[in-house]
Design a protein around this ligand. Structure first.
Ligand SMILES: [Mg+2]
Length: 300
């Protein structure tokens, strides 16, 4: 009879990603006059915040945590009995849409007090600095620089819901909740490749969730034009820089660009990719996001 041996069981626990979400100016409208949502009449959701939060809650694997500064809550300038009815109504409406927050963190201090519990301080968020959480792949979503600073303080990424200015540290700046959902759903569909041989030196950067931005420079105007069609009609960001041995002819430039484009694309797609050398430069066959069949070639 064989010896029964015991091995320590290895359990891989997936770390939790968190979406830290600001409240005023991000989920609900922040009143311009006093920045206080202290009555039911002042309670209004931002356009598409509810529908996209619902999709984020139902489809994505982020734990939702609300983080909000409520200056002087509980003092004469902001009595609690004016705050809670509107806040509770908001939470009730969120719950009704299947949007559940694991935690709601409210700081009540004024800015001049310098409390570390007030955003961008992390005093209320200490528990998230643990092995249980994947802060590197977590996000802070808010409408102020302090929200982006909070992301930095947490070691997370910041999303700015604002159009007045940009903060270079934010990974996304937008006023559109649809874009936030799309970004969170597909945060990593970007890749680049640098391919260098004796014949060609190629740099390609591709973002499948772009908007038709980027530049194409292969040294061949018609090839540039065809790749530009891929970028434009595929609604992706595509940058292609090629230095090829055009003093011989164009075929290395076209073939190697196709190979590099294939390399960068297969990293991003989980669907069928086909690369076929053909008699013409580049033919975009079908919708970029559905059946990416790109024919690149130059040989006669
Ligand atoms: Mg705000």
């Amino acid at each position: 009879m064989g010896e029964l041996r015991h091995f320590p069981m290895q359990v891989n626990v997936m770390k939790k990603k968190v979406l830290f979400i600001d409240r005023d100016g991000t989920i609900i409208v922040e009143p311009i006059e006093d920045e206080q949502v202290d009555s039911l009449e002042k309670l209004a959701f931002l356009p598409k915040a509810l529908s996209n939060l619902r999709k984020i809650a139902e489809e994505l694997d982020y734990e939702l945590v609300m983080v909000t500064n409520q200056d002087g809550l509980g003092t004469l300038s902001f009595p609690e009995d004016t705050f809670w009815p509107a806040h509770n109504k908001m939470m009730e409406m969120l719950e009704a849409e299947n949007i559940h927050f694991a935690e709601v963190c409210i700081d009540r201090t004024f800015e001049h007090e310098g409390a570390d519990t007030r955003k961008p301080g992390t005093g209320l968020l200490k528990k998230y600095f643990s092995e249980e959480y994947d802060l590197e792949n977590s996000f802070v979503l808010g409408d102020r620089v302090s929200d982006i600073q909070l992301a930095e303080n947490l070691g997370a990424k910041g999303i700015l819901l604002l159009d007045e200015f940009k903060d270079e540290r934010a990974v996304l700046t937008t006023t559109n909740w649809d874009e936030i959902y799309r970004f969170l759903r597909l945060p990593d569909r970007k890749a680049s490749v640098h391919r260098k041989t004796n014949e060609t030196d190629i740099f390609i950067e591709l973002n499948l969730d772009g908007s038709g931005q980027g530049s194409i420079d292969t040294g061949l105007p018609f090839f540039d034009h065809m790749l530009d069609q891929v970028k434009r009609h595929g609604n992706c960001d595509l940058t292609v820089k090629v230095k090829g041995d055009l003093h011989i002819d164009e075929h290395h430039t076209i073939e190697d660009t196709g190979l590099a484009l294939g390399n960068v694309s297969v990293r991003l797609w989980e669907i069928r990719w086909e690369f076929i050398a053909m008699d013409f430069y580049c033919l975009w066959m079908t919708a970029w996001r559905r059946w990416p069949l790109i024919l690149v070639g130059a040989r006669g």
